[in-house]
Design a binder for this molecule. Structure first.
Ligand SMILES: Cc1cc2nc3c(=O)[nH]c(=O)nc-3n(C[C@H](O)[C@H](O)[C@H](O)COP(=O)(O)OP(=O)(O)OC[C@H]3O[C@@H](n4cnc5c(N)ncnc54)[C@H](O)[C@@H]3O)c2cc1C
Length: 398
């Protein structure tokens, strides 16, 4: 019997494998991964420092433990470099393998900014626990006797989380972003302002409305020259400017690609018996619109649905919005960003409710299409989740 092969051992790959095994105790499952296959919760990378967690402590299970627990073959340090969807074979660094069904769970790659300067190559990104281990080694190396100076490029979700985490751990953080406020692409302006004030209180230096244009070796570390002419001295430069779905492998195999690997409502790609989920996938919604959803909740839903479909019960992926939790303890936020298409004609309405700043995005039809709230907990999030898609009485919108 040919196996179901999953390429990738991140949260998407392991979710698909576990869900498949729950439904079918017999089907052979092979997971192929370029890394060592250890399981870690990626969201923990941006708040591990203040929690005093070392990189090795983030890896909760080894590939060997997971292979036994799931009942799967896991090929570690093995790269897939070609797929023949007609012959249903993969060419890998461990040889050619046949598959019955194939699941792409190959994640995304950090976007590299086109920076000038003789230290541009030293700019690092953290999208894997191994990157985080290298980052922590650099922090430790600069810590002897003084705090490290960390410059973060990008004040989006991950940049803000790292800024808060490292600043609360005693490091000198400079956060740089071309937008006038942090989290500008995801949060209502009122919440971005609240986060800005909280990060400043935390001791983070914010350089907003500008970008880094050069990164050079300085006398004492790295000197960044910003587009506004300012210079910033740092020991480490961390880029958090975003991720791009990994699509090269699927593209070479002739699969339909847009920004990510395009999948239908069931998670199937344009090739028969080939599926995709997680950061590499571009999901199709009920109205035909496609969206990249690089978060945990959608990959959990996709893993469950694909497993059901592959075991005989065709199941559409549940893409209903889930709140994105911004792990900035200085100003904790829960967000459901409005869909891009609603942004033009709707607007944010802000109220203060029981010590929280609550922002509802009301679209052109008067419907709540997104929200954000500070200092949230489960009950306050649920109230707002329940309002999504509903028309609010005018007075309620504030
Ligand atoms: C710092 C940080 C904080 C985050 N915080 C949150 C959060 O709070 N909440 C939230 O919802 N989301 C968060 N996210 C996003 C979330 O972690 C990701 O959406 C999710 O982990 C993606 O999982 P994945 O399995 O799709 O990809 P990955 O974890 O990137 O896994 C990809 C796998 O594919 C393998 N691979 C790739 N190419 C090949 C190949 N050719 N051959 C073999 N193997 C290959 C890799 O080795 C790896 O095992 C965060 C992300 C980061 C970086």
């Amino acid at each position: 019997m040919k196996p179901i092969i999953i390429i990738g051992a991140g949260m998407a790959g392991y979710t698909a494998a576990r869900e498949l095994r729950k439904l079918d105790k017999e089907v052979p499952i092979t997971i192929i991964t370029a890394d060592d296959g250890g399981f870690y919760s990626k969201p923990m990378l941006s708040n591990a420092y203040a929690q005093k967690k070392l990189p090795a402590q983030l890896v909760t299970q080894s590939a060997t433990q997971l292979a036994t627990q799931i009942g799967a073959t896991i090929l570690t340090s093995t790269k897939v470099d070609g797929i023949d969807t007609a012959a249903k074979t993969l060419s890998t660094s461990a040889g050619v393998l046949d598959y019955d069904k194939l699941i792409f769970a190959i994640g995304a790659q950090p976007i590299r900014l086109p920076l000038q300067g003789d230290a541009a190559e030293q700019v690092m990104s953290v999208n894997h626990v191994e990157d985080y281990a290298r980052f922590r080694a650099l922090l430790d190396a600069t810590e002897a006797g003084r705090q490290a100076r960390v410059m973060i490029l990008g004040a989006g979700l991950i940049g803000c989380e790292f800024a808060d985490d490292l600043a609360s751990g005693g490091h000198a953080v400079t956060l740089i972003d071309p937008n006038p406020l942090p989290l500008a692409a995801l949060a209502a302006p009122a919440l971005s302002e609240g986060l800005q004030a909280a990060l400043l209180d935390r001791g983070v230096r914010l350089c907003l409305g500008t970008t880094a244009s050069r990164i050079d070796r300085g006398e004492k570390g790295i000197t960044a020259t910003l587009a506004n002419g300012e210079t910033v001295e740092a020991d480490i430069v961390l880029s958090a400017v975003g991720l791009r779905p990994s699509t090269a492998l699927a593209q070479a195999a002739g699969l339909k690609i847009n920004r990510g690997i395009v999948v239908d409502a069931y998670g199937q790609t344009s090739a028969p018996d080939v599926y995709a989920l997680g950061d590499c996938a571009e999901y199709t919604e009920a109205d035909g619109a496609t969206r990249i959803l690089p978060y945990i909740a959608p990959l959990l839903n996709a893993g469950r649905a694909i497993a059901k479909t592959l075991t005989g019960t065709p199941t559409a992926i549940d893409l209903k919005p889930a709140a994105v939790i911004v792990k900035t303890p200085c100003y904790p936020l829960a967000l459901v960003p409005p869909p891009q298409k609603a942004l033009q004609d709707g607007k944010w309405h802000t109220t203060e409710e029981s010590g929280r700043t609550v922002c509802r995005f009301i679209d052109a039809e008067g419907v709540v299409a997104g929200f954000g709230l500070s200092h949230h907990e489960a009950a306050s999030r649920q109230v707002l989740m329940a309002e999504l898609g509903k028309t609010l009485a005018t007075g309620n919108a504030g």
